[in-house]
Each structure stands twice: as structure tokens, then as C-alpha cells.
Design a protein around this ligand. Structure first.
Ligand SMILES: NC(=O)c1ccc[n+]([C@@H]2O[C@H](COP(=O)([O-])OP(=O)(O)OC[C@H]3O[C@@H](n4cnc5c(N)ncnc54)[C@H](O)[C@@H]3O)[C@@H](O)[C@H]2O)c1
Length: 356
């Protein structure tokens, strides 16, 4: 690609799409050519307020959007021939149907975890397989839970510590903005199939992972919680395990001793840090409760489902466009632009040791 910014359109300006749009807008090697959707209420009007060019995803939607006073920059069909990459964040099945349109227009495309691996034949988590996506026409950024599994188990694998992993996933009932639509209340619903799809899905990125997952849906909206039991290749110390996690990107450490004791306290912390929408892009892994007994490792982490896949999507854009050959370099660039962290606040012990 010539030495110019990668032009990106985001199709589907919902929970994931609006975050991708904001993340594209802060990359110095990308240009947000526009966002597209079919709705005409407050959700898309925010994009207008932000100054993003807004497109109608379908001709039928265009009339309604214009009637609602949305100043359309045009129809998506006219735009896709003029951009390098479409980041599709439309709902399940809609996205799969769009793929044919993107292929016909000769534009590269990225899908999200609601789609199957078979749609594009490639599933993406930057730290695991960025280089295999270079120059491809399409990929799928795996789901929030799967992304977290690949980040953490991939880290243990890279350190030569992973034999097999067994995880229980306590999933949020629904996204906060959809709480009026539905979601379980006052119960916990075990998924009826074991393994839940996330374990096998992680194997679409790292085929030789020995992983099993059990998922349950709980009655909260504040993100997912994972509980893992990992058999290590050998007895190891807690420090060795933490070093392995620290060597991988996009894992941040939560300290219960600092009051980060539950999903809600982390989210309050993200909001207090002034993060956009209170997002946590990192896997939030509890450091103080992480325990190793011989060759067995136990830990919990939090997956902020609404945001964790966003930095991965930015890297996927760079990989498909072929503007950065190194996954590590792309990750560093994305994380710098978005403001990812390792530690959210200074540790008590570190502060105390500075005092006379
Ligand atoms: N919500 C999450 O926590 C989460 C996390 C990771 C991955 N994902 C995946 O991301 C994808 C999008 O999920 P979401 O939660 O953002 O959904 P969402 O419902 O919040 O957003 C989808 C958007 O697409 C729009 N849309 C519907 N039909 C359209 C069409 N024909 N053309 C263009 N736009 C259309 C909707 O109006 C909405 O704004 C799915 O594959 C999902 O599985 C979601």
C-alpha cells in the first residue's frame, strides 16, 4: 500500500462498532472514512455529533435516516469501493450476508466473534497470529471471551508452562444498554453444552491448545468473570507465572488488596481513570489471589466484553492492509494510541517503600 493512511469504514455502529470507530480515529496511520448503520435514533446521532461521516447501510434505511434529520454522507455501497478495509460490527448473520457485498467490491473486511471461523477461514488475536493475517482479504476477530483465553493461555504457552487448561466462564446476562430488552434475572443458567464454544473457538487461533470451558450466564451486566485451573508442564513459582503473563501484551493486573474486589469495582476504576465509556481493553487478572500448588495454577480474571476486542480489531486492520509487518509493533502502536495499561494505579507497597 502507498504511504498513506488506511481508509476504514465501520459498518454497524453498535456496542462494538462505535468503539472501533473511536479507536480508528485516534490511530495516526488510519482514517475513519465513515460509519454506517440502519438506525435513525440517538445511537447514530451521536456519530453525527462527533463529526463522523454517516452512511446508510441499506437503501431502505437511507430514507428513514434522512427523514429523521440525519445528514447522510451517502450510502455504504458507494463508499466501500473507496476504502481499504470495512470493519463489520453488525449483528450475527447480518455480517455474514455482507461478506458477499464486500468481496464483490474488492474491499478487505473484518468480522467479529458472532460469526463463525468458517466465514473467513481465519480467526485473529494479534499477539498469537498477526503475521498470518498479513495481506489477507478477510479475518474474524474472535469473541471477547475467546480473546481473553488466547491472550492468557497463549502467554503461558509461550513461556513453555501450559499443559492443559480448564475454565469456568460466568457470563454477563446482556449488555447494559440492552437491559430493557431482556436478560436473565435472579438466576444462573448453565449452558447446556460442554465444552462451551469458547474453548474450541480459541483453538481456531491456537490449534494445539488443550482447553475445556464450561459457561454459565448470570444475572448481571457488568462484564464476564473467568475462573481457571491450569495444569503446568512442571512445578513453577507464582513469580514465574506472573512473569509469563507480564511478557504478553494486554493483560493488566488487579489487586484485591487495593480494593479491586469485584467486577463493579474494576468498572468504577475505569470510569474514574477517565477511560472512554469506562472501557477496559485489557484482561483484568487478579494478581494477589493467583495461586500455584505444585504444577497446578489457579486464577480469576475479568473480561470487559464491550471493549476487549477493539484493540485487536485495530491490529487486524493494519494486518489486512499490510501497512505494518510486525504484530508486536502494531500492538505497541495501537496500545499507545488508545492508552492501554499494565497497572491501573500505583501499588501500596511501591508507594510505601518510597516513604522515609
Ligand atoms: N457486545 C459484546 O460484548 C460483544 C463482544 C465481542 C464481540 N461481539 C460481536 O460483535 C458483533 C456486534 O455485536 P454488538 O454487541 O456490537 O451488536 P449491537 O447490536 O450492539 O450492534 C450492532 C449494530 O449493527 C446495526 N445493524 C443492524 N443491522 C444492520 C445492517 N443490516 N447493516 C448495518 N448495520 C446494521 C444495529 O443497528 C447496531 O447498531 C457481533 O458479532 C458480536 O457477537 C460483541
Amino acid at each position: 500500500m502507498p504511504n498513506r493512511k488506511v481508509r476504514v469504514v465501520v459498518n454497524g455502529y453498535g456496542v462494538i462498532g462505535k468503539r472501533i470507530a473511536d479507536a480508528v480515529a485516534v490511530q495516526d496511520d488510519m482514517e475513519l472514512a465513515g460509519v454506517a448503520d440502519i438506525v435513525s435514533d440517538w445511537r447514530i446521532k451521536v456519530a453525527v455529533e462527533k463529526g463522523y461521516p454517516v452512511f446508510a447501510s441499506t437503501p431502505q434505511a437511507a430514507d428513514q435516516m434522512r427523514a429523521a434529520g440525519i445528514p447522510l454522507a451517502g450510502n455504504l455501497d458507494e463508499l466501500i469501493g473507496k476504502v481499504d478495509v470495512v470493519a463489520d460490527a453488525t449483528p450475527k448473520k447480518v455480517a455474514a450476508a455482507n461478506f458477499e457485498k464486500y468481496k464483490a467490491a474488492g474491499v478487505k473486511s473484518i468480522f467479529q466473534g458472532g460469526e463463525k471461523h468458517s466465514l473467513t477461514g481465519h480467526s485473529f488475536v494479534a499477539q498469537a497470529n498477526y503475521e498470518t493475517a498479513l495481506g489477507r482479504d478477510a479475518t474474524r476477530v474472535v469473541s471477547c471471551n475467546t480473546t481473553s483465553i488466547v491472550r492468557t493461555l497463549g502467554a503461558l504457552m509461550n513461556a513453555g508452562l501450559l499443559k492443559k487448561a480448564r475454565g469456568v466462564l460466568i457470563r454477563r446476562a446482556t449488555d447494559p444498554w440492552e437491559s430493557d430488552h431482556g436478560g436473565v434475572m435472579n438466576t444462573v443458567v448453565p449452558e447446556t453444552v460442554i465444552p462451551s464454544h469458547q474453548g474450541p473457538d480459541a483453538q481456531t487461533v491456537i490449534p494445539d491448545l488443550d482447553v475445556m470451558t464450561i459457561a454459565v450466564v448470570a444475572a448481571h451486566t457488568t462484564s464476564h468473570l473467568h475462573a481457571w485451573n491450569v495444569e503446568l508442564t512442571r512445578p513453577a513459582s507464582k513469580d514465574e507465572v506472573l512473569t509469563a503473563f507480564r511478557a504478553a501484551p494486554r493483560i493488566a493486573f488487579l489487586q484485591a488488596s487495593e480494593g479491586m474486589v469485584a467486577l463493579n469495582s474494576t468498572l468504577e476504576l475505569m470510569a474514574d481513570l477517565g477511560r472512554p465509556r469506562g472501557d477496559m481493553w485489557e484482561v483484568g487478572l487478579w494478581e494477589d489471589s493467583l495461586t500455584v500448588v505444585g504444577n497446578e495454577l489457579f486464577y480469576n480474571y475479568q473480561v470487559y466484553n464491550q471493549a476487549i476486542v477493539v484493540p485487536e480489531t485495530i491490529d487486524a486492520i493494519r494486518a489486512l492492509a499490510g501497512v505494518e509487518r510486525s504484530g508486536a509493533a502494531s500492538i505497541a502502536k495501537t496500545d499507545q494510541a488508545m492508552g492501554l495499561q499494565r497497572e491501573f494505579v500505583a501499588r501500596v507497597s511501591a508507594v510505601a517503600s518510597d516513604r522515609p
